[in-house]
Write a protein that binds this ligand. Sequence first.
Ligand code: ADP
Ligand code: MG
Length: 273
Amino acid sequence: MRAIAVINQKGGVGKTTSSVNLSAALARSGRRVCIMDLDPQAHASLHLGITAVGGEPTMYEILCGEASIADARRDISDKLSVVPSNLDLAAAELELAGEVGREMILRDRLDDDSEEFDYLILDCPPSLGVLTVNALVAVNEVFLPLQPHFLALHGLSKLLRTIEVVSRRLNDQLRLSGVMLCMYDSNTRLAAEVSTDIDEFFQAAKGGREFFRNAKFFETRIRRNVRLAEAPSFGQSIFEYAADSNGAADYQALAEEIILQEQFASVPQRVAA
Ligand code: ADP
Ligand code: MG
């Protein structure tokens, strides 16, 4: 199983859009996928049409030890499931602050879960707090969505340092394995320039740093496409909402690149501790 956290501490870069539509694309390609919503804003849950109201088990109950992952998981289709969140999760950050081993809770819950998936996709909140660290401990891969903005690389060194510290202290399996460009305007010079900058940044930074030596800058660019922005309010992935859109084509193409990575031994597999 590949377990992938989709991380960027900036909001609005395409984490949730990518988590949901990539999960749906991988499921369409025959993979069994579970998406885990680690953001109290619950955008991934809502995007898939799930609203978890009071009392229903969610990511919050899982982290607080009141529910198992199986209790909270919902099936969207026969290949796609979601572990939803809701605003309660915002309290977890504070409530867990004093707990010993708080970074390992999600990993332990996953180890207790017997359901088999090909992919676990974790949609992370826009912060580097305890929820994101729980994701980084529970997975073996990180995907980094970036917007082709002139500040795209701003803050990246802090993010990479966080990943590196977690990989050194808490999870030596952790690798940055994919960088993807979202909301790409193919006809602007800026987008092309930023792509080159990102490419150069990762080429230059690779030497010596094990945790992102095999990071792939995906060739598929996710173009800006209004259908992708509309789909969440219908509680549907892009494949249900607008199967003929550029958004659907781009996420399916990206999923195919991700599936190709399965052939390489460099893709780390998550194994229960
Ligand atoms: P994050 O999870 O990083 O905060 P989102 O995935 O929620 O970012 O995206 C931020 C906003 O941009 C959302 O309103 C989303 O619908 C929209 N969006 C994301 N990707 C695209 C795209 N390729 N084209 C158009 N709108 C997009
Ligand atoms: Mg989000």
